[in-house]
Design a protein around this ligand. Sequence first.
Ligand SMILES: *[C@@H]1O[C@H](CO)[C@@H](O)[C@H](O)[C@H]1NC(C)=O
Ligand SMILES: *[C@@H]1O[C@H](CO)[C@@H](O)[C@H](O)[C@H]1NC(C)=O
Ligand SMILES: *[C@@H]1O[C@H](CO)[C@@H](O)[C@H](O)[C@H]1NC(C)=O
Ligand SMILES: *[C@@H]1O[C@H](CO)[C@@H](O)[C@H](O)[C@H]1NC(C)=O
Ligand SMILES: *[C@@H]1O[C@H](CO)[C@@H](O)[C@H](O)[C@H]1NC(C)=O
Ligand SMILES: *[C@@H]1O[C@H](CO)[C@@H](O)[C@H](O)[C@H]1NC(C)=O
Ligand SMILES: *[C@@H]1O[C@H](CO)[C@@H](O)[C@H](O)[C@H]1NC(C)=O
Ligand SMILES: *[C@@H]1O[C@H](CO)[C@@H](O)[C@H](O)[C@H]1NC(C)=O
Ligand SMILES: *[C@@H]1O[C@H](CO)[C@@H](O)[C@H](O)[C@H]1NC(C)=O
Ligand SMILES: *[C@@H]1O[C@H](CO)[C@@H](O)[C@H](O)[C@H]1NC(C)=O
Ligand SMILES: *[C@@H]1O[C@H](CO)[C@@H](O)[C@H](O)[C@H]1NC(C)=O
Length: 845
Amino acid sequence: MTFIGHKREGLKMFKLYGAHILCLLLLLQQVDCQANDKVQIDGPLENKDFFVKEGSQGGMMLYRFIFQPPVVSLRLTGDTDGIIEIVSDGVLYLNKALDWETKKVHKLQLEGLNASGQKVQGPYFINIYVEDINDNPPTFEKNNYTGTVRQNSRPGKPFMYIKAIDLDDPNTLNGQLSYRLRNHFPNPFQEMLFQVDNVTGAISTTKAGHQYLDPAQEREYVLDVEVYDMAGQSINAFSASTDVRVTVLENLWKSPGLVKIKENSTEPHPISIAQVQWNYPGAYYEISSKETPSVKLPFMVDNNGTIYVTEPLDREKKESYSFYVYAKEEGISLSYPVTVNVTVEDINDNPPVCNKALTKFEVQENEVAGNYIGTFQASDADKEGTINSRLHYDIVYQNPKIPVDKLFRIDFGTGNINILQSALNRQEASNYSLKVEVTDQVFKTVCDVLINVIDINDQIPIFEKSDYGDVTLPEDRRVGTVILEIQATDGDEPFTGSSQIIYTVTNGDPNNTFSIRTDPKTNRGYVTINKVLDFETTPMYYLDIGATNPEPLVLGTQYNSSSFTKLRVAVTDVDEVPVFLQKTYTVEMLENVTFGTFVMKARAYDPEGAQIKYSLKNNNRNWLRIDPLSGSIYTAALMDRETESPYVVQIVATEQTRASKSSMAQLTLNLKDVNDNPPQLEKDSVFFCHPLQGNQKAKIDVHDPDIYSYIPKFSYVLLGDNTVQNNWNVSKDGLHAYISPKNINLEEKDYDIPIKINDNGRPPMEGVVYLKVKVCRCVEGRCFIPTDPSPFPTVATAIGILVAVLIVIGVILGIVFLRLKRKSQSQQISTKANPASPAELQSLT
Ligand SMILES: *[C@@H]1O[C@H](CO)[C@@H](O)[C@H](O)[C@H]1NC(C)=O
Ligand SMILES: *[C@@H]1O[C@H](CO)[C@@H](O)[C@H](O)[C@H]1NC(C)=O
Ligand SMILES: *[C@@H]1O[C@H](CO)[C@@H](O)[C@H](O)[C@H]1NC(C)=O
Ligand SMILES: *[C@@H]1O[C@H](CO)[C@@H](O)[C@H](O)[C@H]1NC(C)=O
Ligand SMILES: *[C@@H]1O[C@H](CO)[C@@H](O)[C@H](O)[C@H]1NC(C)=O
Ligand SMILES: *[C@@H]1O[C@H](CO)[C@@H](O)[C@H](O)[C@H]1NC(C)=O
Ligand SMILES: *[C@@H]1O[C@H](CO)[C@@H](O)[C@H](O)[C@H]1NC(C)=O
Ligand SMILES: *[C@@H]1O[C@H](CO)[C@@H](O)[C@H](O)[C@H]1NC(C)=O
Ligand SMILES: *[C@@H]1O[C@H](CO)[C@@H](O)[C@H](O)[C@H]1NC(C)=O
Ligand SMILES: *[C@@H]1O[C@H](CO)[C@@H](O)[C@H](O)[C@H]1NC(C)=O
Ligand SMILES: *[C@@H]1O[C@H](CO)[C@@H](O)[C@H](O)[C@H]1NC(C)=O
């Protein structure tokens, strides 16, 4: 330790003296002599300035003044402080070290005295400027600090400050302080949770702190904070340290969590459902929908942060809501909004409904007891999979009751209908009308069902051809195209399930590339392309097609090979356009990425294997470029979210050899906000009424195009020369900035006031705005701007005209009066009639 101490001392000594050794070896001192290279250790009596480093040891000669008779001695007066004196032979001498912190300049007068001690020369003014050395360590203003921070508080937002002072010259490195956070305890993560601004001493949370601080885990942290002088840049810097005790408080500004509301509530509305709370009192709250344009929400929030539902909700219309709640002060958002999610819980408020007014089934005359006829189903709008939408079925009525009532049975839970007796007879009853009652615990609905008794199905469909041969198609033939018509016939009763034909591809089409639709009137089948054909995967299809009836065949009858046919479909190649692996791409990027940044890689291939060339379309701002061979997209310019976001371009893939074969995909580039705009004036002029009253102020309306700009954080500096500084004051009062005149004698005119506004974002952006301040005459509190020439008299001219008229009337009256007076002079009437008296005029103005 002592060794290091000595080494430090040595270094310091060298720094202090090294340069000067050459200068004034003789006097072994530190007079600053860099001004002139010539070493001057003596000279005549004259005004003189010296620069001396503080703290050098005493007994030091500074200079020798040479004098001639009649001067025989010198006298030194002024700030000698008992340290500075003139010793024999005119030597200016310091008997002790000077101290910058005590006095920065010693002002002295020097006089030449003659033998009788009378002043004969001078006084000369001698200034000794003391230069600071780093002889004071910084000290914290407090031994220890305590502070509180809210969980989830914004990273970088100071929640407290520490401050140290250093007595050394703040204009030199000696007095410049740099704060550091050495560690904090506990430190459970890889990253630091707190940070200290090295210049301002502001303590804030880091991103990790924003994420991890949690009073439930750890309530208190001790931060080991240091301060260095020499701006922290020298190993010789002094340092001090202090403890900062930080208590983590719960963040009150958070989502109330998922709110559940029963639908169709009959209680009186509004009903309180949840509560939010800003961390400090004084805020009010606003609800806003997440959608743009915003939709009206059935919710509201009061000034206490209580959220209400304002009307009964209907789950069957909208099952969940998600909206924002903002905390505001004077119209300005204090932080990010919190999200409130609401789910509407189902109640059984919807009756079952019949899917059709009349549901029809068919049953063959020979149907035997127990056979399945069909499934009846109704629906219920209440929540699927809950008891509220579970339905029960019952047959409550049958007509005709031939041969018995309750000929059919419906399954209570599934709605499956079966016949209970082998007793159908088309001659006696060709159809049965049933009423099926459907219940969902609460509601009951009755639906109509018709069961037609049809002829037995003892004929099979027979194809007109057993082989339809070949059909040849280009692969780009559209889905939905009918490629062939086929026909089978059935001898059973027309327009029943016994004669109706269903065509199916029974073999050769595993992916359902083809479908066959039946015309119900003619039983004609239309073979249709159901999925895109592709020569490259399947050039040929061998299809087997079968024809069946929806009704089962009677016992003893079977489908045979006459109910089947064959068809071959040959697909031919077409030179197709390139195919993108993805039709749309979405990429998010910070708006400030440097140009040349990789964005994404588009991939397309040509089905015929041709080489592909990529290009961009609608790249209107030239923000992007694409590598024609690889498809990699890079930024090609600096982008700006405020100019355009999302930025949407088309990626074009073209066959190298055939430029006509190309296809497109879309790239949507969402630019994420970076604070890259300085605040601007929302309204560029304000006014004050002339003459000024004092204590007036006008709000400066500002805005910032960036998303995350919080106007309460902005700081304002009044720029401009002394006149501006003396006449105006810009101040901030919590949320807003105001301008006020300091000089109430300002004349009536327009002033352009330059103001620097910093949004204190990350990174901060500042800009200079010019606020036009009008000092003007006012009428009814509004700036009165005389329009000239004006078709209508202004108030002033109107008064002028009135006064002129009054004066004319007055003169006439005066003449009349004089005449009268002259006439009746002898009568001595003492009437005062001076119509233009100042008092009367004043009352008019
Ligand atoms: C000193 O100067 C004063 C005034 O100039 C004069 O009166 C006096 O005689 C001088 N003394 C001598 C010793 O020269
Ligand atoms: C904090 O400093 C004060 C004096 O500034 C002292 O009284 C107190 O004991 C200190 N607390 C701790 C925990 O060091
Ligand atoms: C503060 O930190 C910045 C960046 O880390 C550095 O450039 C600057 O010199 C530091 N200032 C002081 C006074 O320590
Ligand atoms: C807000 O809360 C206060 C105190 O709990 C209460 O007096 C006041 O009525 C409430 N305001 C509203 C709008 O509910
Ligand atoms: C609200 O719901 C959305 C979407 O379901 C979800 O992403 C979000 O985390 C939820 N927010 C809250 C606060 O519950
Ligand atoms: C609310 O419930 C009642 C019966 O409980 C029902 O008649 C009404 O249609 C329901 N309203 C909505 C909107 O579902
Ligand atoms: C049902 O049968 C009745 C009498 O047997 C007959 O009049 C009616 O037309 C039939 N309805 C239908 C839809 O076949
Ligand atoms: C059916 O689809 C699969 C997978 O898409 C494909 O591999 C196969 O070749 C297709 N078969 C036919 C006959 O189209
Ligand atoms: C199929 O059966 C029908 C009668 O049901 C008959 O006319 C026809 O000849 C049979 N076809 C073959 C190939 O046996
Ligand atoms: C873009 O802005 C972010 C956030 O302000 C910053 O961290 C990043 O360094 C910036 N990038 C460039 C290339 O300027
Ligand atoms: C400017 O006005 C503010 C608020 O009225 C006041 O606190 C501040 O001292 C004023 N500044 C100057 C330089 O007058």
